[in-house]
Design a protein around this ligand. Structure first.
Ligand SMILES: Nc1ncnc2c1ncn2[C@@H]1O[C@H](COP(=O)(O)OP(=O)(O)OP(=O)(O)O)[C@@H](O)[C@H]1O
Ligand SMILES: [Mg+2]
Length: 365
């Protein structure tokens, strides 16, 4: 099996009722890449996948797979396979027959189909389960059968639409590693859809962060986490403290922002200028206790001990600021909770004021 690249060239998608689910989008997924599309419920993830798999045609622009324009090519003729959130195996068929299902139409003999199914079952570590039926397998095992079945038709691109969301947390985490290993072994291009940032961060070569029909940022997990490009990306991926304000000065790569808590200096990746409405974001683990650069006065409201880490929650004039520190026995805060906290300029980012992720959004199934 070999992966193909997938390109969206100015693709927009409007449903028949006039709702524009995807605004004009350019995106290239590299051949053999594990690529995730991450965004909240309703942002347009499945819609993009439907256009790649051929179940809907874009209203504008082109989908190319392996450099070939897919216009007018139906789902069955595309080099793609799709795995849905609610997978359906055939309950009365044996596991190997489920895997081999798509091969009968290709005129393969029963013996050849069985051999191919066994190879794929080995790949998903179910080689000894070929003669069972789906009801005799666990949820995670059934999910792996679905993956083997999708791979049986030798797709160049595997499209996975929240394939783990029906599984419990422990199994989900286990399956992350399994999926990643299967992708590496096969070299098939994976486009993986999820609203779970943990899944996207742990499995993907690159991630597209999507909101309300637009891809707001594409990058590695590290890039998206450490250098978010929009207020939405900063608030959707990982935890972030936010302080609103207005840019007052720019010097080099840094900008200064005036806020209710004082004037702070931070990175300015989007090249905001003086006068622009802005939001400063800083991760809890980038916050420091004591008198530091970008210091401010705050009051400790709550402390959560996480063993090796301490999560401290401060109030600064009504703004909640989280500070995560290692639990090294050195954390000393006066009884009244008053403390100075701050952050290094290089670990904070100033972005255009804009829509934020709703809290708890990632929990919406
Ligand atoms: N057939 C349709 N006709 C009209 N609007 C639709 C149709 N299908 C989806 N939509 C709308 O398009 C938007 C995007 O839907 P889509 O299914 O792509 O979201 P999603 O990101 O996959 O969400 P989820 O995480 O909940 O699966 C939603 O607002 C949805 O209501
Ligand atoms: Mg969806």
């Amino acid at each position: 099996m070999r992966g193909n690249d997938v390109t969206l060239d100015n693709v927009s998608i409007t449903y028949p009722n006039g709702f524009r689910a995807v605004h004009p989008t350019d995106l290239t997924v590299q051949a053999g890449e594990f690529f995730s599309i991450l965004g909240p419920s309703g942002c347009g993830k499945t819609t993009i996948l439907r256009a790649v798999s051929g179940f809907i045609e874009p209203s504008g622009g082109r989908v190319l797979i392996g450099g070939q324009d897919m216009v007018g090519i139906g789902p069955n003729a595309r080099p793609t396979a799709l795995i849905f959130q609610n997978l359906a195996l055939f309950p009365l068929m044996k596991i190997w027959e489920n895997v081999a299902f798509g091969l009968e139409a290709r005129g393969l003999s029963r013996r050849a189909r069985r051999a191919r199914a066994e190879k794929l079952l080995d790949l998903v570590a179910l080689g000894d389960q070929a003669d069972k039926t789906p009801s005799e397998l666990s949820g995670g095992q059934r999910q792996r059968v679905a993956i083997a079945r999708a791979l049986a038709v030798e797709p160049a691109v595997l499209l996975l639409d929240e394939p783990l969301s029906a599984l419990d947390l422990k199994l989900r985490q286990h399956m992350r590693a399994e999926l990643r290993a299967i992708q590496r072994q096969t070299g098939v291009t994976f486009i993986y859809i999820t609203h779970d940032q943990g899944e996207a961060l742990t499995m993907s070569d690159r991630i597209a962060v999507m909101n309300e029909g637009r891809i707001e940022q594409v990058g590695t997990g590290d890039e998206v986490y450490s250098a978010p490009a929009t207020a939405f990306a900063a608030s959707f991926v990982g935890e972030a403290n936010r302080i609103d304000g207005r840019v007052v000065a720019v010097n080099g790569d840094l900008a200064e922002i005036d806020t209710a808590l004082g004037r702070f200096r931070a990175r300015n990746p989007i090249d905001l200028g003086a006068g622009d409405a802005a939001m400063l974001f800083v991760r809890p683990e980038a916050m420091r206790l004591g008198h530091t650069e970008n210091g401010l006065s705050a009051r400790l409201m709550r402390r959560d001990l996480e063993g090796a880490f301490l999560n401290l929650f401060f109030d600064a004039q009504g703004i909640e600021l989280a500070v995560h520190v290692t639990n090294d026995g050195q954390v000393a805060i006066p009884a009244d909770g008053a403390a100075e906290i701050g952050f290094p300029s290089g670990r904070a980012v100033i972005l255009p004021a804009g829509p934020l992720a709703r809290t708890g959004q990632e929990m919406v199934a």
